[in-house]
Design a protein. Structure first.
Length: 426
């Protein structure tokens, strides 16, 4: 340290200098103390600054972010719906973030509400469609390409009289084998539907639990489609058409069969005959024409009801004289025709005629225990004797022979171009 000495007598007069020199140890000690003090001051300032920064960060950033995070978590658990803005952050980035989040939540809420409304509408529509699907009068089902059952409605099992719950791996063979009389026909229908692009249909009889004589019938429709996954499926529909089939069968029976005797009418008999000779051109066929003797007197004496009873009993006796493969036809009134199929036995026609003469001539008991009897005149021909396969020509030839029998005394039979006659025996 250096200090000037000022004269006490004259102002400003320097009269000398004093110099003081510290020792080295003293300087080192002072330097150390100064350094330590500076370090302490620096550390204190740094700590204070850091504390202030932390407090500001917590207040301005951490706490608002924690608030936003907790609020978002609460929104996720549906405790709150939106983030409330902090007053001190209304105009800064955090405020903008909260506003953007709230806008996003509004958009999502709108979409969720629309989706919920759409889902509710879809559920209602699905319920309506399922109700229509299950309450439909038609049985609906879906099969895959291998024939496995994929889907069906309740009407499907009800129509088939099957179990209410069917396994999804049930095949058409396993499903319909015990229900349909024509399993092979259904299998063929499935193959036809798979091999064509057309709608395939067929009627099937359902096996009844009580084996009743009038089975139930279903009408089945199958069509091939490609589903959304690109797989080939068969969509099927079945209807209960029992009433329709029975009406058709009744109409067909009325059209083809005589109601009183149960015999074929002329036209169906002709159709069967022509179909038979077309399939068996080398076989002979016999025609046996019959007309009752004495029937008109019974009809006039006892009335039409008695006449119908006689015709019915004669028909029963006539059926017992022929084979199941032969055709029995009522041409009208008391005229009948027997078409003998595969008539290669030269004695077959005569044997049948002899049986007819004997059985038909047996007494018939009418109501009131009145006994009556009728005879029968029979004319016989065949394809070889008439040298024709024309149905009407064969009937005409047999009819001529029959009327020749009537002229010769009735109750007998005669073969065309022959005189093989036998008298009826009682």
């Amino acid at each position: 340290m250096h200090r000037e000495l000022i004269s006490p007598f004259n102002d400003g007069e320097v009269i000398g200098k004093i110099s003081l020199h510290a020792s080295t140890n003293y300087n080192l000690e002072k330097a150390q103390q100064s350094a330590i003090f500076s370090i302490i001051i620096s550390i204190s300032l740094i700590g204070l600054t850091a504390l202030i920064i932390l407090l500001q960060v917590k207040r301005g950033v951490s706490s608002p972010l924690a608030y936003v995070s907790n609020t978002l978590h609460a929104i996720g658990t549906a405790k709150v719906k939106r983030i409330s803005l902090l007053k001190q952050h209304e105009n800064d980035e955090l405020g903008c973030l909260c506003n953007d989040i709230n806008s996003l939540l509004e958009t999502l809420q709108t979409q969720f509400d629309a989706e919920r409304s759409l889902r509710e509408q879809i559920e209602v529509t699905e319920q309506q469609l399922r109700h229509i699907y299950n309450s439909s009068s038609a049985g609906l089902f879906v099969l895959n390409e291998q024939g496995y059952l994929l889907n069906y409605n309740s009407t499907f099992t009800a129509i088939l009289n099957g179990p209410e719950e069917l396994t999804k791996d049930a095949t058409t063979e396993g499903l319909f084998e015990s229900l349909l009389n024509q399993q092979s026909g259904f299998t063929l229908l499935v193959k036809q539907a798979l091999s064509s692009a057309n709608l395939e249909t067929q009627d099937f009889a359902i096996v009844g639990e009580d084996n009743r004589s009038t089975p139930r019938w279903i009408h089945c429709l199958l069509s091939k489609l490609i589903d959304a996954s690109g797989n080939v499926v068969l969509e099927g529909v079945i209807f209960d058409v029992t009433e329709r089939v029975h009406k058709e069968q009744l109409i067909k029976r009325v059209a083809h069969y005589d109601e009183l005797t149960g015999m074929l009418r002329r036209q169906p008999a002709k159709t069967q005959f022509e179909s038979y000779i077309a399939s068996n051109p080398s076989l002979n066929v016999g025609f046996v024409m019959m007309d009752l003797d004495g029937f008109k007197q019974i009809n006039d004496s006892y009335g039409h009801l008695a006449g119908d009873q006689v015709l019915s009993i004669v028909a029963e006796r006539l059926f017992k004289c022929v084979r199941t493969s032969d055709i029995v036809c009522r041409l009208g009134g008391d005229e009948f025709l027997i078409i003998i199929m595969n008539d290669n036995d030269v004695n077959l026609k005569q044997d049948i005629a002899s049986k007819l003469l004997n059985r038909i001539s047996q007494p018939i008991s009418l109501e009131g225990d009145e006994l009556v009897s009728v005879g029968v005149s029979i004319g016989i021909t065949d394809l070889q004797l008439s040298n024709t396969k024309n149905f009407d020509k064969l009937i005409k030839d047999a009819d001529k022979v029959m009327y020749q029998v009537k002229k010769n005394g009735k109750s007998n039979y005669q073969v065309k171009a022959q005189c093989l006659s036998k008298t009826a025996t009682s």
